[in-house]
Design a protein around this ligand. Structure first.
Ligand code: ADP
Ligand code: ADP
Length: 227
């Protein structure tokens, strides 16, 4: 069964009393363990679709089943709990807190769980090791390169062990070499850990690393390319 099953999904924003359609009748399945790139011109609705899949926003109509749960039917509180347990986030500009060390940034999502400080520490150490930053655990974000900051963000996304990882332009602020390293790491999350990744990108080189590309054009899924 697919991890993500989207049917008849539409989203409109209200502006000056008018409904502005942004996504129109989207149907999409993503299998568990797939790495999908979401592409399309600026304004085509990529971020909106990603935010709906991640449970940050709610659709105007349609269903978004993730792991068998239709998240479109959850209340705001239920959605927040669902998100914390099921989704890891990777952003273009890393979104690390500047006053916390790499270790503390990665630990943050675990402070909402019932894990002990010792258990949290073990998990943080394990994911920092996975992204190759054990020796940077006590550094603050401004003491790290862009690529290192993005790897800290990936460790933070992984630390709660979510099935689904969403990434919005994860290489958008990185040079080609560093971006390639981040993509290789995301690839490893899929291959070695069985994670499912949905990634928004403008960069064809980044999209080529995914197993599948999905294109949006003015709010409509226009085609699919499977490698
Ligand atoms: P990108 O093209 O990289 O997705 P945008 O600048 O289009 O970035 O949008 C960034 C975010 O700003 C969107 O995801 C949305 O939440 C918000 N946004 C975009 N356009 C509008 C708008 N017209 N009114 C209110 N918020 C908007
Ligand atoms: P993309 O990520 O493909 O650039 P977005 O999903 O950010 O596209 O935006 C799609 C369209 O929705 C744009 O026209 C944008 O202005 C509009 N939009 C996005 N967020 C909002 C919002 N919060 N309020 C109103 N319009 C929005």
């Amino acid at each position: 069964a697919p991890l993500i099953r989207i049917r008849s999904l539409s989203k409109a924003y209200r502006r000056a009393g008018q409904a502005i359609p942004v996504l129109l009748d989207i149907h999409l399945d993503v299998m568990a363990g797939e790495f999908v790139a979401l592409m399309g011109p600026s304004g085509s609705g990529k971020s909106t679709l990603l935010n709906l899949i991640a449970g940050i926003d709610q659709p105007s109509s349609g269903t978004i089943e993730i792991g068998g749960v239709d998240i479109a039917t959850l209340s705001e509180g239920e959605l927040a709990d669902w998100r914390a347990a099921n989704v890891g986030f990777i952003f273009q500009f890393y979104n690390l807190l500047p006053v916390l060390t790499a270790f503390e940034n990665v630990e943050l999502p675990l402070l909402l769980t019932s894990l002990s400080a010792r258990e949290r520490g073990e998990r943080v150490d394990a994911v920092l090791d996975m992204v190759g930053l054990t020796d940077r655990a006590d550094h603050y974000p401004n003491e790290l390169s862009g690529g290192q900051q993005q790897r800290v963000a990936i460790a933070r996304a992984l630390v709660t062990d979510p099935a689904l990882i969403v990434a919005d332009e994860p290489t958008g602020d990185l040079d080609r070499t560093t971006g390639g390293e981040v993509l290789a790491l995301m690839d490893a999350l899929v291959r070695d850990l069985g994670k499912t990744i949905v990634m928004v990108t403008h960069d064809p080189k980044a999209a080529a690393r995914a197993q599948r590309m999905v294109h949006l054009e003015k709010g409509v899924l226009v085609d699919e390319v499977t490698e």
